[in-house]
Design a protein around this ligand. Structure first.
Ligand SMILES: C[S@@+](CC[C@H](N)C(=O)[O-])C[C@H]1O[C@@H](n2cnc3c(N)ncnc32)[C@H](O)[C@@H]1O
Length: 219
């Protein structure tokens, strides 16, 4: 299992019912079932071909009646409201579309982009975010886990960068910020850049410098 999948699985805790939306290979559901972390699991994918990979992997569990495969968009085909829902490896806007109007009691999300929009959506919908940080596995990924109720509030920087990254910064997040700063400084040495682009790059660099200062203060 990749570092990314291991990291996702480390947030999957015991639940009566579990759904892996956009399951593809099905490894996370295998982790839930083989560690006896759920009574019932649903593997769901919009792509028949992707779902078949998970069906092959989890054939024994499907036959034993502990796992059901569903080919559907988002949570649409689920026969029950699952206690724990995983949505990983999709864009943030797609994750929001899937969760809209149907936020589960507990969720683990790993958006590929637009994590800030996912955070804003969760907070606007009264969720409590319990984990929100960046990790590295060949590239940088965000992980957001939480609960469907309880409410929460974030600062503007926490919305943009993830709360745990700012409150308790890990080495991966710090490395990501420093890499982006170095890239921006290199871009800014280019002589033939429009004023508009230069201003945008400077603004981003300024924001990252504020983040570095904030991180240095907590370290
Ligand atoms: C990049 S894979 C990620 C697989 C796995 N969740 C992971 O993180 O390794 C994205 C999967 O989501 C599925 N998918 C994309 N949009 C979906 C949707 N609206 N509903 C269900 N599955 C979707 C794709 O078919 C694909 O199998």
């Amino acid at each position: 299992m990749s570092v990314r999948l291991e990291r996702i699985c480390s947030h999957l805790t015991r639940a009566e019912s579990f759904a892996d939306i956009g399951c593809d290979h099905g490894y996370c559901t295998q982790y839930m079932l083989e560690n006896d972390l759920c009574e019932r699991a649903y593997i769901s994918d919009i792509s028949r071909g992707s779902l078949q990979k998970a069906e092959r992997l989890l054939q024994a569990h499907i036959q034993a009646g502990r796992c059901k495969a569903i080919c559907a968009d988002g949570m649409q085909g689920l026969p029950e409201a699952c206690e724990l829902v995983l949505i990983a490896g999709m864009g943030g806007e797609e994750i929001i579309r899937i969760l809209d109007g149907r936020i589960p009691p507990r969720f683990v999300l790993q958006p590929m982009k637009n994590s800030d929009k996912v955070r804003a959506f969760l907070l606007a919908n009264g969720c409590k975010i319990t984990a929100d940080y960046t990790f590295f596995d060949g590239k940088y990924y965000d992980l957001i886990a939480g609960e469907g109720g309880g409410g929460d509030s974030y600062s503007d920087f926490e919305l943009l960068f993830g709360r745990d990254n700012l409150k308790n910064p890990g080495k991966d997040f710090i490395a990501m910020v420093r890499e982006e700063q170095a890239k921006l400084r290199a871009f800014l040495t280019a002589p033939d850049m429009s004023r508009e682009n230069r201003d945008a790059l400077r603004a981003r660099l300024y924001t990252l410098e504020e983040i570095t200062d904030a991180v240095d203060e907590v370290l």
